[in-house]
Design a protein around this ligand. Structure first.
Ligand SMILES: Nc1ncnc2c1ncn2[C@@H]1O[C@H](COP(=O)(O)OP(=O)(O)OP(=O)(O)O)[C@@H](O)[C@H]1O
Ligand SMILES: [Mg+2]
Length: 235
């Protein structure tokens, strides 16, 4: 069996406030390297909360999260920020593309910020654009792209730090089924070309059906965690 990249052991999240709310209740989950996993469930069930914890953007109020076998609770906030920057790429629904930069520049920008030298940067940018099938749009502006193409730029950009894990919250959002197909193909390519572990939250049954494993959340608990035997997932 492949190595565990992310492991949750009895993780709970209590949102404190006037009316405290237990958004996650003792979640245990072991995610293995190279897995493509979908988190599904009704609105308010705790999917985004879970994704935030998996991305170490937030800490649990109980239980432990292990990233690459290392317990997060034992790390300082700075250490967590470092390991997150080096390990995880995020794709959230608001694409947050820079409107005045070309597709190429949008994907190149985080590499520039990291101080990567130009030749290497260009090669990497082209490789990441190729992964999401957008080489032909590299000189376009974001405003000239479809919703699915914008999302793919966001995916290519999330590859900047060569992440082991990509986390995506509703990557197909309100996109139509053909566009959703583009996104899932890009997600499949992440694993195939880069060996990346992909964890996505989705309401899209068609998308979930293409993954290896579906974790269903209800009222902050895992209702079902099943391997997906669908033949469609690798096509
Ligand atoms: N900062 C917060 N303070 C208090 N309660 C919160 C906070 N954030 C989320 N919640 C509550 O926690 C629960 C889980 O929220 P979460 O955003 O994880 O749901 P979700 O499954 O992603 O829903 P959706 O499908 O609508 O995006 C909800 O009942 C929500 O109201
Ligand atoms: Mg959500």
């Amino acid at each position: 069996m492949a190595d565990s990249v992310l492991k949750l052991d009895g993780v709970s999240k209590l949102y404190d406030g006037a009316t405290p709310f237990l958004a996650l209740d003792r979640i245990s989950l072991d995610i293995r390297s190279g897995e493509l996993l979908a988190i599904v469930g009704p609105s308010g069930s705790g999917k985004s909360t879970l994704l935030h914890l998996l991305g170490c953007l937030d800490r649990p109020t109980a239980g432990e999260i292990y990233l690459d076998g290392k317990a997060i609770s034992k790390m300082s906030d700075d250490e967590v920020a470092d390991i997150r920057r080096d390990t995880i790429g995020f794709v959230f629904q608001a694409f947050n593309l820079a409107p005045t930069l070309t597709v190429f520049k949008n994907v190149e920008l985080p590499l520039m910020i990291r101080g990567m030298p130009k030749p290497e940067r260009h090669e990497r940018t082209m490789r990441n654009l190729e992964t999401v099938g957008l080489i032909d749009k590299k000189d376009s502006m974001p405003s000239q792209l479809s919703g699915g193409q914008k999302q793919r730029v966001a995916i290519a950009r999330a590859l900047a730090n060569d992440p082991k894990i990509i986390l995506a919250d509703e990557p197909t959002g309100n996109l139509d089924s053909v566009t959703s197909e583009e996104i899932i193909n890009s997600m499949l390519a992440l694993r195939k070309d880069h060996g990346i572990t992909v964890i996505l939250v989705t309401h899209d049954a068609g998308l979930a059906d293409r993954t290896d494993r579906i974790v269903r959340i209800k009222d902050g608990r895992i209702e079902k965690d099943s391997a997906n035997k669908s033949d469609r997932r690798r096509s």
